[in-house]
Design a protein around this ligand. Structure first.
Ligand SMILES: NC(=O)C1=CN([C@@H]2O[C@H](COP(=O)(O)OP(=O)(O)OC[C@H]3O[C@@H](n4cnc5c(N)ncnc54)[C@H](O)[C@@H]3O)[C@@H](O)[C@H]2O)C=CC1
Ligand SMILES: O=C(O)[C@H]1O[C@H](OP(=O)(O)OP(=O)(O)OC[C@H]2O[C@@H](n3ccc(=O)[nH]c3=O)[C@H](O)[C@@H]2O)[C@H](O)[C@@H](O)[C@@H]1O
Length: 411
């Protein structure tokens, strides 16, 4: 098939590479000319494990352009442009602009597939604007394992108005072998928000339990997560307590669906509570640091990790950045280290970051920060992602605390 991909970000680029690898001819379109120029010369603008290799392997089947006219002969056009929230509401201008551009160039019988996360009813609008058949096919990949998730998803959700249009999209993803859930477009759109909200809620739930555990002697939230996670009805995933969720999706999607629900007179109270719990996490980490270190004014604090999670260079809505802001408000001098991501703060090597500082907050769950107990001697440490092994920590050499455990150790 000849396939167009509109919007070459995390989702669009991964989808382009994966579908080219399946033998499709892919035309990727983005309005960002620098991005397109780079991609055309083999420069991948994002860090995602395995993506460089997959793009290089399939370069003969991949074309990148800013010119929508190059889509005039595609069979299917995926929309994967960003859908941020602005003032708590979904901002659909990128989707609408892409749709209008597509309406001008696509064949009448070409299919539009909505991969961007959009509120229920949006695919219907795009169908009206473009006069083309539209199928909702939400994406569930995670950054850091995006290619694996795209090739081997837990399920593929296909929401279509007509059986034929849904069948075309089903034929594209059949190779994954994943269960296919056929729905209406509105149901598919809602499934995406319900999934992200549920996962965010799970993390907020365990973070509230973590707060409680900190008040109970001999009670570590990690053990609670293990104990409940083995119940198949709960599952062990998304029960890692810590600094909470950030990233380009959970924060914006929980807000967008919450505002949408309220506008329909049916507030999502569990989602609202999850957002509130999450908003308190960065402050909690700094409060814990102050409990063991005292006032932070004029003192140097190192933040390990600025990416919103491990294995990505993405810092959108990163909790680490919020921690950095609060530390600065407290008057601390902040330095940071991240293996991949950059931030608007003094970035130094991990060794320098730790050596120069009195206090350390581990803010991202990078594997790089496992096994560094020795390097942290003499420091005040808040393990915001529970990566350190307390049994390897010499209690006479430093004071440390992990979120969700009552112990303040050492002198
Ligand atoms: N990042 C992720 O892990 C996931 C994202 N999603 C959803 O997928 C969508 C895309 O997300 P990302 O890939 O993270 O976005 P992104 O921000 O990384 O990339 C979006 C791209 O779209 C381009 N763009 C904007 N308007 C355009 C237009 N009119 N025509 C052509 N290109 C245009 C931008 O220049 C940018 O390169 C969002 O709706 C997001 O919620 C869904 C699942 C996972
Ligand atoms: O719609 C999206 O964009 C995507 O959002 C998330 O994927 P992603 O944001 O890439 O990353 P996650 O692995 O879900 O992590 C999100 C945040 O939750 C935090 N988290 C995750 C799991 C956990 O147990 N504890 C926890 O604090 C992470 O540190 C991170 O800040 C979902 O997992 C994907 O299914 C979805 O497609």
């Amino acid at each position: 098939m000849k396939i167009g991909i509109i919007g070459l970000g995390y989702v669009g680029l991964v989808t382009s590479a994966v579908l080219a690898d399946q033998g499709h001819l892919v035309v990727g379109v983005d309005v960002d000319s620098k991005r397109v120029e780079g991609l055309s010369c083999g420069r991948n603008p994002i860090y995602e494990p395995g993506l460089d290799e997959l793009l290089a392997k399939n370069k003969d089947r991949l074309q990148f352009t800013t010119d929508y006219a190059k889509l005039s002969d595609v069979d299917v056009a995926f929309i994967s442009v960003s859908t941020p929230t602005v003032n708590g509401e979904i901002y659909l201008e990128y989707v609408m602009s892409a749709s209008k551009s597509l309406a001008k160039v696509l064949r009448k019988d070409s299919l539009i597939v909505m991969k961007s996360t959009v509120l229920p009813g949006t695919s219907r609008k795009v169908r009206e604007i473009t006069g083309r058949e539209v199928v909702s096919n939400p994406e569930f990949l995670k950054e850091g394992s995006a290619i694996k998730d795209s090739i081997n998803p837990d399920r593929v959700v296909i929401g279509s108005y007509t059986k034929e249009a849904g069948d075309v999209v089903e034929s594209i993803w059949k190779f994954t072998g994943a269960p296919i859930v056929r729905t209406t477009p509105e149901e598919a759109e809602m499934i995406k928000y319900a999934a992200n909200s549920f996962l965010a809620m799970k993390v907020s739930f365990i973070n509230e339990i973590a707060n409680l555990c900190e008040r109970i002697p001999n009670c570590d939230v990690n053990k609670i997560a293990e104990g409940i996670g083995l119940d198949k009805r709960i599952s062990p995933h998304f029960l890692k307590a810590g600094l909470g969720w950030g990233g380009s999706c959970f924060p914006k999607d929980t807000l967008a669906i919450s505002t949408f629900a309220r506008s329909l007179g049916t507030p999502l109270r569990t989602v609202d509570a999850s957002i509130q719990v999450n908003n308190e996490r960065p402050k909690r980490a700094v409060t814990l640091l102050k409990e063991i270190m005292g006032q932070l004014k004029g003192r140097k604090v190192c933040v390990l990790g600025v990416a919103f999670k491990a294995d990505t260079d993405d810092t959108r809505e990163s909790v680490a950045l919020k921690v950095i802001d609060i530390l600065k408000e407290e008057g601390a001098q902040v330095v940071a280290y991240d293996p991949k991501a950059k931030a608007n703060v003094t970035m130094v090597s991990m060794e320098q970051c730790i050596d120069e500082s009195e206090g350390v907050i581990i803010a991202t769950e990078w594997n790089h920060f496992k096994g560094i107990e020795d390097k942290l001697r003499g420091k005040y440490v808040v393990d915001g992602r529970r990566l350190l092994d307390p049994s390897k920590m010499d209690l006479t050499k430093f004071r440390a605390i992990g979120l969700g455990t009552p112990s303040i150790q050492g002198e």
